[in-house]
Design a protein around this ligand. Structure first.
Ligand SMILES: Nc1ncnc2c1ncn2[C@@H]1O[C@H](COP(=O)(O)OP(=O)(O)O)[C@@H](O)[C@H]1O
Ligand SMILES: [Mg+2]
Length: 219
């Protein structure tokens, strides 16, 4: 089997939506038939707990493994991705963390969720600097900002405008502020399992998956 594509999801701030993005992407990629694994690099183990909340009769559609305590991070990440087509890495909320740096060293794609608020914009500048630094040595690394918790207010639109001035491009898909995203954590699944209550969110995740598959070069 070909080497798995690695998608790292990182941000400087907690609450930007890293774990949400990872788990919805895992659900969406599995739905289009991809073999997905999730490596949880955050000591808070949100992704792991999320998957463990799933009922036995409907397990989370991807293998989720905590790598937070791993000694040899590159080896642990490689092991976690074995046998899967896409490996999603949920990073801790720190760009100084060795785990975030290790993820960027192996990633094909880096996704940076950004809540359209001024404070998130400021912290995104620091993430961008780090990613551009890594890209200088790893030309193959693609990176995108992903608007998350988007609401239809003037402030949010202004911030989205400012995001277009970043050196890193903005992904052509975004997640709105929706209960379905939080709700799916409660059931240990993704928005696809929420039926009609998750229909709008599922449409957004479909678009997210399509954009990510374009970046990883998968069909
Ligand atoms: N698009 C969204 N709509 C509604 N709630 C969201 C959305 N994205 C994230 N959240 C909520 O925000 C909180 C933080 O999200 P999380 O994914 O855990 O962030 P991070 O992993 O970056 O710390 C969680 O309670 C999550 O349910
Ligand atoms: Mg998290």
């Amino acid at each position: 089997m070909a080497r798995s594509r690695v998608v790292a999801v990182l941000s400087q701030k907690g609450g930007a939506g890293k774990s949400t993005l990872v788990m919805q992407l895992a659900g969406g990629l599995a739905k289009v038939g991809k073999k997905v694994a999730v490596g949880d690099l955050d000591p808070q183990e949100t992704a792991l707990r999320w998957a463990e909340s799933a009922p036995a009769e409907q397990p989370f559609p991807a293998r989720v493994q905590s790598l937070a305590a791993a000694g040899d991070l590159p080896a642990a990440i490689r092991g976690c991705g074995k046998g899967c087509e896409v490996l999603l890495l949920d990073c801790p909320p720190s760009i100084e963390s060795p785990a975030t740096l290790a993820a960027l060293q192996v990633a094909d794609v880096a996704l940076i969720p950004v809540v359209p608020s001024p404070t998130d914009l400021w912290s995104t500048r620091a993430v961008e600097k780090l990613v551009l630094h890594v890209q200088a040595g790893r030309k193959g690394l693609k990176a995108r900002l992903v608007p998350n918790r988007v609401v239809r207010t003037n402030l949010a639109w202004d911030v989205l405008e400012v995001m277009r001035d970043f050196a890193l491009p903005v992904l052509g898909a975004a997640l709105s502020q929706r209960n379905a995203y939080a709700q799916s954590a409660v059931i240990g699944g993704s928005v696809y399992q929420l039926g009609r209550a998750g229909a709008e969110a599922a449409r957004e995740v479909n678009m997210l998956v399509a954009e990510v598959l374009k970046l990883t070069g998968e069909r």
